[in-house]
Design a protein around this ligand. Sequence first.
Ligand code: SAJ
Length: 419
Amino acid sequence: MNEHIFTGRVAILGLGYIGLPTAAALATRGVEVVGVDVNAATVAAVSRGEVPFVEPDLAAAVSGAVAMGRLTASSEVPHADAYIVAVPTPFNDDHSADLRYVRSAVESIAPHLRGGEVVILESTSPPGTTEGVSRWLAELRPDLVLPHSSEGVPDVYVAHCPERVLPGKIMIEMVTNDRVVGGVTPRCAQQAAAVYRVFSQGEIVESDAASAEMAKLVENAYRDVNIAFANELSLISEDLELDVWEVIRLANHHPRVNVLTPGPGVGGHCIAVDPWFIVGAAPERSRLIRTAREVNDLKPHHVAEQVAAKSERFRNPTIACLGLAYKANIDDLRESPAVEIVAAIAELLPQTDVRVAEPMVHELPAELAAYPNVKLDGAADAIAASDIVVLLVDHDHFKALSRSRLAGKVVYDTRGFWR
Ligand code: SAJ
């Protein structure tokens, strides 16, 4: 088998949670990497060797790669031997994928192609998108279409290699996880695999593009369905006046049962989004996947209503909400159920003082700053001032708080953190 390792210049389009760690992983192993972003502030920060978001070990890798001269950032797409597209793929109101950023990345790459380059789509995309990228390139660069190709395939190796890293552990998982590389042709997969061989210690599994696209969606839908199961159990247990954590602890003693952890809802830009691409692609068939999304999406409203119900016994309560991030120990607030819950509490209880403690951010996000009754506070102060304490994120930071601070308060622990 041809197991060559890529040498050459890589351009990475999109210096976000995936693009920047990938750039650092390649550059620290000696590959020349140009990171490209439409956001001038991101380009400036990376050029200085700084990281515009929190991710363990990323800052050291980026500053090291910039200092070595291996990683540079630019707002212009250069010529490169391999392009990695790591731009957002949000979804439209009808849950179909919004591919405008992918399209614009492809349009910015096309003029620089000379033939023989590798173009990898890392952005999570519905089946067929990577084939679409190949078609777009053929349309944009008819001069590159291979002469004997009846399907108009350009002389560019186009592949999909979905990222699978866990935010909070990106720098570890980027190296250790297996990678799936789906090529528009088997040769495309081989060429793209060589790029990941530079830094990946996992198995690099070659396949076709559409299967790789679907596999990525399946991974996140699988997790979403399993979390929905746990969240549904938490609702059932509440009605039956059972402790869901105890029920799950007992059930998980079965050798083939592993129920996940209920929480305030499912956030982040992946699990809360990707299953919709499956629903969008096969709406009639995706009943379980759709229902799981709905169960998880309803959980924040349920939590807010429970908090409102608990506040009824107080005349003028103060509520402390601990955590805003979508999960523990990161500063990412995207699609965060905690943000949604705080907004819903502020709306349901407009006269109530809501103190939010989030050690990972220094200011409230715009959607919460709009509520005059919501303020950012330190965790200890917020708890001291409050009648009701709502634990929304299981940050390590909150572990350091003495449990005695909760004495006499109504505590609503959505994560089983203080159990
Ligand atoms: N959550 C629960 N209960 C659990 C596990 C998670 O409520 O038992 C919640 C979290 O609090 C969070 C959300 O689900 O709000 C998602 O968190 P996560 O840690 O499960 O996953 P993400 O979104 O940070 O990262 C996922 C990962 N996918 C899978 O594990 C299948 C990661 O490997 C992917 O690379 C990433 O999505 C992505 O970018 O697609």
